[in-house]
Design a protein around this ligand. Structure first.
Ligand code: HEM
Ligand code: CA
Length: 346
């Protein structure tokens, strides 16, 4: 693997931190041998809260909807929150924990700090739910349901969410820095990170389609606008689309003070969960290097092409991959806890 970003995709996975993985109770995790791809064995259950909290899904839905009315970007942010939770020690709500005396949490890790959003929305939903079903529903499940509602609300597919995740008692800044894919790393590294969690190459292509909604800060792609690879020129792919390039340079002028300005990941339809992301890639106007780089691999490019032609196919595959992602490293049964508040363990 190309080095530089980290010392390997498996780092952080076998770091002794997460003894919950592969411990025999953990049916949701898959060690990369065997059934990867289909039928990851899961202890999760679609009907987990049917008796203990029958109004759960309605309450999550209305909480997401309330937040969306004031801030349509929140849909994208909630989807990303679930991804950043699941990729770091599994879908266990670890990302929601504030730093404590015992650990430095994930909120301030490089990929998350001043970037990941939606904590207040999850905490508000949790408060609602606690008033009806105290100490019953995990924060990790709320995040998984909120991500699904966010996709539905922006016009994407519905999928039933398997439930029964338990929350962690701890979080790891270091694991977040190690496990989350960076937009600056090569496709092989990104793929290796997915594979080490039991996902596969197709999931990389499908889940990247989440970038059909939401925003990125200028500093993430600015190198493409002014001095691409030291050429003193914009990335030729972007230059070929002068409309987009001029919008991006308006949003992100070549001064440091523009670094945190926001540009849509999919300029064609910012708050619509559609297949325009793939159409953009076909037109060489993906915003992040890590988006457009999919076209450099012939297998990925073939998938991109089929999703650009069929919104239906994308919707179907996205739902399948989201369920897989939602199974990563889950704790069930008596492992972990149900938190009273999502920002604090116990
Ligand atoms: C494949 C590797 C991926 C990389 C390198 C990547 C990288 C990024 C970056 C750099 C941003 C902008 C953050 C900022 O500027 O503050 C972003 C935003 C976003 N990402 Fe990804 N991402 C990846 C995969 C995913 C996946 C799997 C999902 C969800 C299933 C996802 C969902 C999102 C969403 C919805 C946003 C917009 C968030 C918002 O507006 O608040 N990404 N991603
Ligand atoms: Ca986690």
């Amino acid at each position: 693997f190309p080095s530089g970003y980290n010392d390997g995709p498996k780092n952080g996975y076998n770091n002794g931190y997460n003894s919950g993985y592969n411990n025999g109770h953990n049916g949701g995790y898959n060690n990369g041998h065997g059934s990867r791809g289909y039928g990851m064995i899961s202890n999760l259950d679609y009907r987990f809260y049917d008796r203990s909290c029958p109004r759960l899904q309605m309450m999550v839905k209305s909480g997401v909807w309330r937040a969306f009315k004031d801030d349509s970007r929140i849909a994208a942010s909630l989807l990303r929150l679930h991804f950043h939770d699941c990729f770091v020690n599994g879908c266990d709500g670890s990302i929601l924990l504030d730093d404590s005396e015992d650990f430095k949490g994930e909120k301030n890790a490089l990929p998350n700090r001043n970037s990941v959003r939606g904590f207040d929305v999850i905490e508000d939903i949790k408060t609602d739910i606690e008033s009806v079903c105290p100490l019953t529903v995990s924060c990790a499940d709320i995040v998984a349901l909120a991500a699904r509602e966010a996709v539905v609300l922006t016009g994407g597919p519905f999928w039933p969410v398997p439930l029964g995740r338990r929350d962690s008692l701890t979080a790891s800044e270091q694991a977040a820095n190690t496990n989350l894919p960076s937009p600056f790393e090569p496709l092989e590294n990104i793929t290796a990170k997915f594979v080490s969690l039991g996902l596969d190459f197709k999931d990389v292509v499908v889940l990247s389609g989440a970038h059909t909604i939401g925003f990125a800060q200028c500093f993430v792609f600015k190198h493409r606008l002014f001095n691409f690879k030291g050429s003193g020129q914009p990335d030729p792919n972007l230059a070929a689309s002068s409309d987009l390039l001029s919008k991006l340079t308006d949003t992100c002028p070549n001064v440091d003070s523009s670094n945190s300005n926001l540009a849509p990941l999919d300029a064609a339809s910012v708050v619509k969960f559609d297949n325009a992301y793939y159409v953009n890639l076909m037109n060489n106007v993906g915003l992040l290097d890590s988006d457009q780089i999919l076209m450099s691999d012939s297998n990925a490019a073939a998938l991109v092409k089929s999703y650009s032609e069929s919104p239906y196919l994308f919707s179907r595959d996205f739902a399948v991959s989201m369920v897989k992602m939602g199974n990563i490293g889950v704790m069930t049964g008596s492992d972990g806890v149900i938190r009273a508040r999502c920002g604090f363990p116990g």
